[in-house]
Design a protein around this ligand. Structure first.
Ligand code: ATP
Ligand code: MG
Length: 291
């Protein structure tokens, strides 16, 4: 029995050429207009207007609690804007009926922070779940073939299929989460903290898988992360959010939006401090609070 983790498959399972994010045919897949999100009057996001081009990989960075996950969930209609709109492929997600939304959600893949696998299902059934749920007429032979293909693509050994989530490592669980996100061949994949809790080697395996997925499929990706190595390695665009409560009215909540190579040279000191991991203003605030 093969118990070793496999190298990531280099066999493309789909031949479509991913569009260049900056090419002349670049078109927005996602358009966010004047988005705001409040929870019980507590403003988390406001005045966010941005587009994400088809094929782009966008890293969303920023300190804990600044609203990265809220932003990501809003893009895939897991949260409803308090004001403003989110268009996916030209369609306002919040105007869809529940049935239309369920249909549109098939075009999204989610990779959650903790992999969010079903503990009571083995790995095969976890990865098969979206197919069985969304394509009930698909025969078991095809389900088996698709599950195997995606497990191979994320470099997992065959014998992992029969195991339960608790029987595999955190890094393997994250790979299973990615395989599950890919089975419906989504156009948009959102990753929430894909490398959190992993050792540096396994983090880099996940980074490579994100890049590999981008090479295999013409997918648009939004990667929420604290990990600057991930942001620099996988993204062609980085957006840095800042907590709304720490800004004056009218100030932009997005302090940086550009290629990762420009992060170090950002005009805003708070961006440079964040990417260098310097406490900066936070240390001064803490000393004031403790005085
Ligand atoms: N469903 C909700 N109801 C009420 N408040 C919420 C909800 N979801 C998020 N929040 C609040 O919104 C703020 C931003 O949360 P979010 O999870 O987006 O932060 P984050 O930037 O992803 O942080 P982290 O890096 O720690 O994951 C937090 O103060 C959080 O408590
Ligand atoms: Mg988060």
């Amino acid at each position: 029995m093969n118990t070793e983790e496999q190298p990531i498959s280099e066999e493309p399972s789909q031949v479509d050429e991913a569009p260049s994010p900056d090419g002349p045919n670049a078109a927005p897949l996602i358009e966010v207009n004047n988005l705001s999100i409040d929870f019980d009057g507590n403003c988390i996001l406001s005045g966010i207007t941005r587009s994400i081009t088809r094929g782009q990989t966008v890293a969303v960075i920023g300190e804990s609690g600044c609203g990265k996950t809220v932003f990501m969930k809003t893009l895939v209609a897991l949260l409803t804007p308090t004001t403003g709109t989110v268009l996916f492929d030209g369609v306002n997600l919040n105007r869809l009926t529940p049935a239309q939304l369920a249909h549109t959600r098939r075009r999204f893949g989610f990779v959650f922070q903790n992999a969010a696998l079903f503990d009571s299902m083995n790995i095969f059934d976890n990865v098969a779940f979206p197919i069985r749920q969304n394509e009930p007429t698909t025969g078991e032979d095809e389900v088996r073939q698709r599950v195997r293909k995606h497990l191979v693509e994320v470099g997992l050994p065959e014998d992992v299929a029969g195991k339960f989530p608790a029987e595999i490592s955190g890094g393997m669980q994250k790979r299973v989460g990615l395989a599950r996100a890919l089975v419906l061949q989504p156009e948009l994949i959102v990753y929430d903290e894909p490398t959190t809790g992993l050792d540096p080697i396994m983090s880099d395996v996940i980074n490579e898988l994100i890049l590999h997925t981008r090479r295999l499929y013409p997918v648009t990706s939004v990667v929420v992360t604290h990990d600057m190595h991930t942001a620099r390695k996988v993204a062609d665009r980085v957006m840095m959010f800042y907590p709304r409560r720490m800004l004056d009215k009218g100030q932009s909540q997005i302090l940086f939006d550009g290629p990762p190579s420009q992060l170090e040279h950002a005009e805003d000191r708070r961006v440079r401090q964040f990417v260098r991991g310097e406490a900066g203003d936070r240390l001064r605030e803490m000393s004031r609070a403790m005085a």
